[in-house]
Ligand binder design. Structure first.
Ligand code: GDP
Ligand code: MG
Length: 413
């Protein structure tokens, strides 16, 4: 609106005829230009004042359309008197969560959505949400109302006082509760907590919490070393960066899910293992390569089983049996890697078949390289075991590097 007005005034002033009047008119015109500029400045200040949020809230979502309106309403109530913004990061939920948020955003400019397509992952969603906001304090919480939004003002108050980087909603400090979990879920959570202490401080009672508020600076200090794998963003934050996070745990009672279903499934355990491996040795070996290697080892077992089943009873020649076993092992490796190693960018539909074809091509080249390298080493007086092992490692590195780019890396083509 405003820049055209200014331009209009400017052009009016140059269009005036050159008469004695000109000086006065020009003065009047420039006076009104500066009046407009001042008005623009004041309006700008007002806009900026409205936009200067103290608290950004980031909420990852997958199929939470029945929860977002209620969460937004409750946040509005809990955060009266605080300047906040709310960003949902949705992974293209089939239940149209992103659309539900857009409708809320039409009535409340503090609310918006980032809709990610062809991507999955709670941690990476949180990271991208935090990066899309600007307030000096950022909270992360779930959409299903299990996290008590009434704790947010106390978290903010604690961080405002200074001296701390992060305030965590904790189920395991005095006054905290895990709510209605069954015994199995509670045991798994306790176990995961114990294991996490390989990479996070032992004093942290609830590293599995997905509910916390962090100073933006502390987040930005470590954002480049985050793994952003899987579900456990807090473990990731604590295990990244050079300076330890100064933290406090505030108790709250974990509530029952409001609507919809938990996204926690058996793959989460794999993702968690990968996160821990990435934090422990990721500097030297990428966790995805470890996952790829483990699945490759399982592929060797599949290969041997198929070969034994076909060749031993004399159904096929050794050569044909070996070729068929290799093909089955490749298909097995492709599907399991698609399920686990590349869970966050899983191929589906037509892209799945194209992916399988490119994977088998890549692995065939890998197999030729394997035999070539091993043969070369063997003919140069290396023992057969090291020659074979080095051949396998060369093929694994090739298969991983090339398939991560050609099979899973590209969105189209
Ligand atoms: N963006 C995004 N959000 C997710 C994903 N998986 C889970 N979430 C969200 O993360 C939060 C926690 O998930 P939830 O299923 O409640 O886990 P649980 O509380 O451990 O059972 C919820 O708001 C989910 O909608 C995902 O892959 N991407
Ligand atoms: Mg939940």
């Amino acid at each position: 609106m405003t820049p055209p007005q200014t331009a209009e005034l400017a052009s009016t002033s140059t269009d005036w005829p050159a008469t004695d009047m000109m000086v006065d008119s020009a003065t009047t015109a420039s006076a009104s230009i500066s009046a407009v500029d001042r008005a623009v400045d004041i309006a700008g200040d007002a806009d900026r004042a409205v936009l200067a949020r103290e608290l950004s809230i980031v909420v990852p979502t997958f199929n939470e359309s029945a929860n977002v309106a209620e969460l937004t309403r409750r946040l509005g109530e809990a955060l009266r008197g605080i300047a906040w913004e709310l960003v949902y990061v949705d992974d293209d939920s089939p239940d149209h969560t992103a659309e539900a948020v857009r409708q809320l955003a039409q009535n409340d400019a503090r609310v918006r959505v980032i809709q990610r397509i062809g991507r999955r992952g709670l941690s990476s969603a949180c990271v991208e949400g935090v990066l899309a906001t600007s307030a000096p304090f950022v909270a992360v919480m779930d959409a299903d109302l299990q996290h008590d939004e009434r704790l947010l003002p106390a978290m903010l108050q604690t961080l405002r006082r200074g001296g701390l980087d992060i305030a965590i909603g904790s189920r395991y400090v005095d006054g905290g509760q895990i709510g209605e979990w069954d015994e199995q879920r509670a045991t798994i959570s306790r176990l995961a907590t114990r294991v996490s202490h390989a990479v996070v401080p032992a004093a942290l009672k609830d590293p599995m919490s997905g509910f916390f508020m962090i100073r933006r600076e502390a987040f930005m200090d470590r954002v480049h070393s985050l793994s952003a794998l899987g579900f456990k963003i807090l473990v990731d934050l604590f295990a990244s960066g050079t300076q330890p996070l100064r933290f406090i745990e505030l108790p709250y009672a974990f509530r029952a899910r409001h609507a919809g279903q938990s996204k926690l499934d058996s793959h989460v355990a794999w993702d968690y293992g990968m996160l821990l491996i990435d934090k422990l040795i990721g500097r030297w070996i990428p966790a995805r390569f470890v996952s790829f290697g483990l699945i490759g080892s399982a592929g060797v077992i599949v290969h041997m089983a198929v070969l034994a089943a076909l060749f031993k009873p004399g159904l096929v020649s050794f050569q044909l049996g070996q070729a068929l076993a290799a093909a089955v092992a490749m298909v097995f490796n492709f599907f399991v890697n698609n399920l686990l190693t590349y869970r966050d960018q899983r191929l589906r539909g037509a892209r799945l078949l194209r992916g399988l074809a490119s994977f088998m091509l890549v692995c065939s080249v890998g197999a030729v390289a394997n035999v070539g390298v091993a043969q070369f080493l063997f003919s140069h007086e290396q023992g057969w075991v090291p020659a074979a092992l080095i051949g396998i490692v060369v093929a694994a590195v090739w298969n991983f590097a090339t398939s991560s780019f050609y099979t899973w890396g590209r969105r189209s083509g």
